[in-house]
Design a protein around this ligand. Structure first.
Ligand code: C6P
Length: 411
């Protein structure tokens, strides 16, 4: 593998799952925004941990526990440098993006948001970045305000200075929309939010996958992301947050690992990040996420981004040429991440996905956990083809051929 260009045909050989037939056809996997496939390097890291080092972390004074702890903490350091954290302690392991957002909305929110305060989110958000804030609003009496979107699924920011007030306590926004592919101007909104003293949390579930993230450059306070969308295992993800913020926050859950001293009436907490990691963590998952970061770093994020952009351009051309297709999301490639969200005439997106599946092509159909975004367009669902580093022009050709079949059935 080289860092300059990327050969997807060579890369896909690293992914055993891709080497199979589905419904009698070679698999075309275009559901990467839901979860990516895993390279052999990640599967091997998981196997090696369970075969050689399986043990609990930070507890046992024995060799296996030492090895497990070293590998687990090394992975934390890799995740820290992946997003530009100033130190590994700024990374809290979570089950994924969803848990990372809930951690902040609960551990920070319940102590910092009061009745009448305002929470600003956008209509484009995944439910994981809506519901935790609605729960917080219900519990505190805070008010939720929304950044609206235009007909290309981009934030409308003309009235941002009205949306942000001295009551705005938190701005929670996605880096990239999973439903439409919009790459959002997070940096600009974060700067404005900080002017009114609000905390800025970014849902990076679809960001850290495709974009070389630097949280310092973005100028945000928290960044949440998942391992399974970036070649890592399921059930592991991370919250990055500024160290002083983490230090100031109360624990999220109580249990082993997160304490310093336990007394009958009162206990004290471990230092961050362990304060937020109650119970035995997903050790294998963390090690697997570290292996995924090694893998992606070796391929090179610049090369991945270039490949995805070229393939997206090709896919937009091929898919939009199918009669009756309507594509949702930004027209400019600069603002459009590696997925195509679309409808095709009167065909229900579930029917589109079912017909494609019969041809061995995996796409997602539905509201993509973004019902507010769907509502904006007056639809309940789209079909979504999402691209990653191992997809090829052949995959896109197969998708376009499959869509022609859908069209012929529903014409
Ligand atoms: N989106 C999709 O098919 P978890 O489940 O915690 O790893 O990630 C949740 C999440 C949060 N924000 C965004 C922008 C997301 O895309 C997701 C996951 C998947 O689009 C499953 S619904």
């Amino acid at each position: 593998m080289t860092t300059a260009t990327l050969d997807p045909v060579r890369i896909r050989r690293e992914f055993p799952t891709l080497d199979q037939s589905v419904n009698g056809h070679p698999l075309v996997y275009l559901d990467n925004a839901a979860t990516s496939q895993k390279p052999r390097a990640v599967l091997d890291a998981l196997g090696a941990y369970y075969e050689n080092d399986n043990s609990n972390v930070h507890r046992g004074i024995h060799e296996l526990s030492r090895r497990a702890t070293v590998a687990y903490e090394e992975s934390r350091a890799k995740v820290a440098s992946w997003v530009g954290a100033t130190e590994p302690a700024e990374i809290v392991w979570t089950r994924g993006t969803t848990e990372a957002i809930n951690l902040v909305s609960t551990a920070w929110g319940l102590n910092n948001v009061r009745e009448g305060d305002e929470i600003l989110i956008s209509v484009l958000e995944h439910h994981s970045n809506i519901i935790p804030w609605q729960l917080l609003a219900q519990r505190t009496g805070a008010v939720i305000k929304y950044i609206e979107i235009d007909d290309q699924g981009r934030w409308v920011l003309e009235d941002l200075s009205d949306l942000l007030t001295d009551r705005t306590k938190v701005v929670a926004i996605s880096h990239v929309s999973n439903a439409l592919g919009t790459v959002n101007p997070v940096k600009e909104v974060a700067a404005a939010a900080h002017e009114v003293g609000a905390l800025v949390l970014v849902d990076g579930a679809q960001g850290a996958v495709h974009i070389k993230v630097n949280v310092q450059d973005l100028g945000v306070d928290c960044y949440a992301f998942s391992g399974h969308k970036m070649c890592g295992p399921t059930g592991i993800g991370a919250l990055w947050a500024r160290r002083d913020l983490l230090d100031s926050m109360e624990p999220y859950q109580g249990g082993g690992e997160m304490i310093h001293l336990v007394e009958r009436e009162m206990s004290t907490w471990a230092k961050v990040p362990h304060k937020f990691e109650a119970g035995t963590p997903n050790i294998a998952g963390a090690i697997g996420m570290g292996a995924a970061i090694d893998f992606l770093s070796e391929v090179g994020m610049d090369a991945i981004a270039r490949h995805e952009r070229d393939l997206l351009a090709y896919a937009l051309e091929r898919v939009s040429a199918v009669g009756g297709v309507r594509i949702y999301g930004p027209e400019s490639l600069e603002e459009h991440s590696a997925l195509i969200s679309f409808t095709l005439g009167d065909a229900h997106p579930h029917d589109i996905a079912t017909i494609l599946d019969s041809e061995g092509i995996a796409v997602r159909a539905g509201h993509h956990c973004a019902q507010l975004a769907m509502k904006h367009f007056g639809i309940s669902a789209t079909a979504r083809a999402s691209i990653y580093l191992y997809n090829t022009e052949d995959d896109i050709d197969r998708l376009a051929e499959g869509l022609e079949q859908v069209r012929s059935i529903f014409a």
